[in-house]
Design a protein around this ligand. Structure first.
Ligand SMILES: [Ca+2]
Length: 399
């Protein structure tokens, strides 16, 4: 017992010393940042109010340093993101706020169902908006770690929000990364796109649903979202399809996809649903063994909101379900084919390199270079060239 206390004492003291050292540095850093902010036009009174009592947020510091070893499979994400509970609640919210949403839909050209889907995903319809003090969280990110550039620009943005009187100092609460309100705007997005819908002088994305929906619609509209167009649909590919066509850089008119044998997964012909000249791209989020989707410009607008295919698909599915459809994804996800861990992704890149298919740097990031190298290796080995990095392809490569 005595020994345990002694050991615990040492650990505790080390931790305290680290915090003390960090706090000293933080105070020093904050002086420099304040000078910079004043040079950028932020008033001293705003800085005094904003930083009174602000210290490093240890929890934010740790979350920022934590690089996940495993990425989540898209089907696991979609199972929870597009749950029956969220669909039901979305339908209730659509009914409850119908007149406000219709007003905003006609003003901004963004469908009510899309707005409510984003609202449901970002904060579970306002239930979980994050309760971190945004100034402290952003100052922690700006001070040290992997996101100092992001932290600095967002902290400066938060100060401008206070100075302009859009929101009060104490209202600025949100996620550990500084995303705030019902639809999780970061400060620079807020400054550029937040709207005072009810005209009370505040852009209140924390309490006023008119401001929330109008701000979100305004942001999507700036990303070229169009309410009379579709996000896309799940499609069926013909036998012998050239998977090299499912590439982010290949965008073709509906007429060409249809001529190549692509059709709706429920047998619907593309012409009947879309403008034959609308340009779309094909995505295979889980490779050739999983579902395929033809996506249009609106899908790209949703991706600007959150740069994740899984997220954009969840918004698309939720919005369709909200609009009354009972469709879910038809083709089965390859649930046995797990995504790769960081180490496995590096092994895959190294194996491609060893076999003469240069994937670029061996960094565990599956980007365009790795996908292209993987496609070349798959094509040379008589496999569907989908460029999808999974456990199956890794073991085939290692053989
Ligand atoms: Ca307002």
């Amino acid at each position: 017992m005595k020994q345990l206390i002694a050991v615990f004492g040492i650990v505790a003291m080390t931790a305290l010393q680290t915090v003390a050292a960090q706090t000293g540095d933080f105070e020093e850093w904050l002086k420099g940042f304040r000078a910079e902010a004043m040079a950028a036009g932020i008033e001293k009174s705003v800085l005094d109010e904003a930083f009174a009592g602000v210290a490093i947020n240890q929890r934010v510091y740790e979350l920022n340093e934590n690089q996940p070893e495993f990425s989540r499979a898209i089907w696991d994400y979609l199972d929870s993101a597009v749950s029956e509970t969220r669909i039901e609640k979305g339908r209730t919210m659509l009914a409850e706020h119908r007149s406000l949403l219709t007003q905003i839909e006609s003003a901004y050209g963004v469908n009510a169902e899309i707005l409510v889907a984003i609202w449901g995903l970002e904060s579970s319809y306002g239930r979980i908006m994050g309760d971190h003090d945004a100034i402290a969280a952003l100052a922690t990110l700006a001070f040290e770690g992997r996101r100092t550039g992001y932290g600095r620009s967002q902290l400066m943005g938060a100060l401008k929000i206070i100075q302009n009187g859009y929101a009060s100092r104490d209202q600025l609460r949100g996620s550990w990364a500084g995303a705030m309100g019902h639809t999780q705007f970061i400060p620079t997005t807020y400054l550029a796109y937040a709207i005072d819908h009810d005209g009370d002088g505040k852009r209140d994305i924390w309490n006023n649903l008119g401001d929330v929906f109008a701000s979100t619609a305004n942001y999507l509209s700036a990303s070229k979202f169009k309410s009379d167009e579709s996000w896309g649909l799940e499609v069926r590919l013909p036998a012998g399809f050239d998977y090299a066509l499912a590439d982010a850089s290949i965008r073709k008119p509906v007429v060409e996809w249809a001529a190549g044998g692509v059709e709706g997964v429920r047998g619907d012909r593309l012409f009947e649903r879309f403008d034959p000249n609308a340009r779309g791209r094909l995505i295979l989020p889980a490779g050739a063994k999983g579902p395929a989707f033809l996506v249009f410009g609106n899908f790209g607008s949703i991706l600007k909101y959150n740069r994740s295919t899984a997220y954009a698909l969840a918004v698309a599915m939720l919005s369709e379900r909200g609009a009354g459809s009972d469709h879910s994804v038809v083709a089965a996800w390859p649930r046995e084919d797990q995504p790769l861990s960081l180490e496995q992704r590096k092994s895959l890149q190294q194996a491609l390199k060893d076999r003469g298919y240069d994937p670029g740097p061996v960094d565990g990031i599956i980007g365009a270079g790795t996908k292209a190298a993987l496609r070349r290796w798959q094509a040379a080995n008589g496999l569907p060239a989908d460029g999808y990095a999974s456990t199956t392809v890794l073991s085939a490569l290692m053989r």
